[in-house]
Design a binder for this molecule. Structure first.
Ligand SMILES: Nc1ncnc2c1ncn2[C@@H]1O[C@H](COP(=O)(O)OP(=O)(O)OP(=O)(O)O)[C@@H](O)[C@H]1O
Length: 646
């Protein structure tokens, strides 16, 4: 499915139309010559059969809310949501760990009471019991892998949705400070590190931990003296080595997380800027830069590899030395007749069983460290409060007539350096205001405050007398439409993009938007009409067409107020005239704030305001300002002479 409500199937592919039929664009809008033209008659029977065996995919229960993420993210919070799976996995782990320890005991029984005592039935019993324990262990392992796999899959699915919801909730300031690559790392490798721990790590950790406890108890039961000597020989050096490893691994895995975030950051930036890089012949430099970030990641991996290379073989050597000591001491006890051959064999096997988990635990510890580092980063992201928050008592904005007021508004991206200072402005319902001024003066910032992408540091922005902070964000965004400076198109159909803000929009409204903004040509030229698939970020349409699609999108959303940040990229004269005509049509009967980069747009507005030095320095109609001979008049004269020479 596409990310839009209608999907490729468009409005017809709603619930109940079936997965495959939905892909084909069910209902009245199928087109005979498109790739999604529906199911050919000769395949219909097969498709019905397949649909019958399709599992049900109910509508997802996820709902979006602007309220901050509640609850602290912990490993337990990830697991506790599915208690039945958790209990089943825990029981399977317990059974598996206990069954695994029956092997050496059965070998001892077979040797001492079967072979040495020449008792064939006991030998057969020991062998059959061994087989049965192997079969039962396999069954318990299968149940454990299945349940822990499901547990991990469901928990990380929930976590991904939770993090994604938070990403949707965060306001613009977060995205200007946080790099996209870092966010990508949170959603990919950090979540995967947790998934790995939940899927295998925890179960293995429990199995090996239990094994070590059981084995110690069994060794003491066989011969407390021998167990004490052997364990005293191996446990202290093992403990020292483990303590060293813990400290070194903490640093190593943190470094690994940071360097992979750097790698993703460079990758996403390079992909987004691929055209600029090619146009400026910077591929060489970019490859070198990428080599550096990949190199940092390689160094971090190399570092953790070196630590593991010391710890892994180190524990092996300690284990083997322990075995050698056991052979020597235990062998002498057998010779003295205080220990049987079978007991010594079981002792050797159990000691081996004690060391294998140690090796595994090392691996698990590294896995745990990675997951812990990831958890910390994800917790930070989930705990970030959006700068623009819905107040607890927020009420829906009633249908607005569109009167806007800025009262003593002061705002700065950095509070210490305000971009706007004590701005006052009243806009009557239905009035079009053009905002002009030198670059960096704060025009777009003013527009962003009206659409509540940021909140003022001081003062108030009101719509129909309601402070924007007192109304719900949903109701505000429904009534205030925004056309950004650089329109963003999603991969999907032309229709999906036009009806983005209102996926269920009737066809008549979408068609009206197409005609109103002058997109009819493009629709008629495209092979699939409105169902033509656009490439990611609208790469397959021209920049003028992208602007028209963005205007059509707002037309379909039918807001009362339009905030339009005019694109700075220049178009050819014909496209520019088309965009200007589209803007005129879009603004009919609506309150509008235009950030005008072309003074031809300003000329047509009801009122022009000149923003400079953090405030409105002039305002009036185009003619009034020209007559006043102030800044606007100078700007206009410069603009006119410039366009005349073009
Ligand atoms: N996200 C941001 N973080 C920090 N500073 C910002 C941010 N966005 C804009 N600024 C700064 O705020 C000031 C006003 O920017 P704004 O985009 O409002 O200017 P503008 O008048 O719309 O300019 P232009 O005509 O070039 O679009 C500039 O100095 C700019 O560098």
């Amino acid at each position: 499915m596409s990310m839009f409500g209608g999907g490729f199937g468009g409005p017809g592919g709603g619930p109940g139309s079936g997965a495959i039929a939905g892909m084909g664009g069910t209902g009245t809008r199928r087109q005979g010559n498109t790739p999604f033209a529906g199911v050919p008659p000769e395949l219909a029977a097969g498709v019905t059969l397949m649909e019958a065996s399709e599992p049900a995919h109910p509508e997802p229960e996820v709902t979006f809310s602007h309220s901050p993420d509640s609850g602290r993210l912990t490993l337990w919070s990830l697991l506790s949501g599915r208690r039945a799976l958790l209990v089943t996995a825990a029981v399977a782990v317990l059974v598996e760990a206990l069954l695994l320890q029956s092997g050496p005991y059965l070998v001892q029984v077979g040797i001492d009471h079967g072979i040495i005592a020449r008792d064939v039935p006991v030998l057969v019993f020991a062998a059959v019991a061994f087989l049965a324990s192997v079969a039962l262990t396999a069954a318990a392992t299968a149940v454990r892998i299945r349940t822990s796999g499901r547990l991990a899959a469901y928990s990380t699915r929930d976590l991904r949705v939770r993090v994604f919801t938070q990403l949707q909730r965060l306001s613009l300031d977060h995205y200007t400070t946080e790099k996209a690559g870092v966010t990508m790392t949170r959603m990919t490798s950090d979540v995967e590190a947790l998934q790995q721990l939940l899927q295998e790590g925890f179960a293995q950790f429990l199995i090996h931990g239990l094994t070590m406890v059981v084995v110690t108890a069994v060794l003491i039961h066989y011969d407390a003296g021998l167990a004490a000597i052997t364990l005293l020989l191996v446990v202290p050096p093992l403990l020292l080595l483990t303590l060293w490893f813990r400290g070194a691994a903490d640093v190593g895995y943190q470094r690994q997380r940071d360097t992979i975030a750097g790698l993703f950051t460079h990758l996403t930036e390079s992909l987004n800027g691929v055209r600029v890089i090619a146009a400026h012949n910077q591929q060489d430099r970019n490859v070198i830069a990428h080599r550096e970030v990949v190199g940092a990641y390689r160094d971090a991996n190399d570092h953790t590899g070196r630590i593991n290379a010391v710890y892994g073989p180190g524990t092996s050597v300690i284990g083997l030395l322990g075995l050698a000591a056991l052979l020597l001491i235990g062998g002498r006890m057998v010779l003295r007749g205080t220990l049987t051959i079978g007991e010594l064999t079981a002792f050797v096997l159990y000691l081996n069983a004690f060391f294998q988990p140690v090796q595994q635990l090392v691996q698990l510890y590294t896995n745990y460290q990675q997951a812990r580092a990831a958890l910390g980063k994800l917790r930070g992201l989930l705990g970030t409060a959006p700068a623009v928050r819905e107040s607890p008592g927020a009420r829906p904005l009633p249908p607005a007539s569109g009167g806007i007021e800025l009262r003593e508004v002061t705002f700065g991206y950095d509070r210490a350096r305000p971009v706007l200072r004590g701005v006052n402005l009243r806009i009557a319902p239905g009035e079009t205001i053009a905002c002009v001024g030198p670059t960096g003066a704060g025009k777009s910032t003013l527009a962003k405050l009206v659409s509540r992408l940021y909140d003022p540091d001081a003062g108030t922005v009101l719509i129909d007398g309601h402070d924007l902070r007192d109304v719900t964000l949903d109701s505000l965004h429904r009534q205030v439409g925004v056309v950004p400076q650089e329109p963003f198109l999603f991969a999907g159909t032309l229709r999906d993009n036009i009806a983005f803000a209102h996926p269920g929009a009737p066809d008549e409204l979408v068609e009206a938007a197409v005609d109103a903004v002058g997109l009819r040509d493009l629709v008629d030229r495209s092979p699939g009409g409105l169902r033509t698939i656009l490439h990611e970020r609208g790469q397959s349409v021209s920049s003028g067409e992208r602007q028209l699609i963005a205007l059509a999108r707002v037309f379909v959303a039918e807001p009362r107020v339009v905030v339009l940040d005019e694109a700075t990229s220049s178009l050819d004269l014909r496209s520019e005239l088309r965009v200007e005509a589209a803007i005129q049509r879009l603004l009919e009967g609506r309150t509008a704030i235009l950030v005008a980069h072309r003074l031809s747009t300003a000329r047509r507005a009801d009122r022009v305001i000149v923003v400079d030095d953090g405030d409105i320095v002039e305002q009036g109609t185009h003619d009034q300002l020209l007559a006043a001979g102030g800044r606007y008049a100078t700007m206009y004269a410069t603009w006119e002479s410039h366009t005349a020479t073009k």
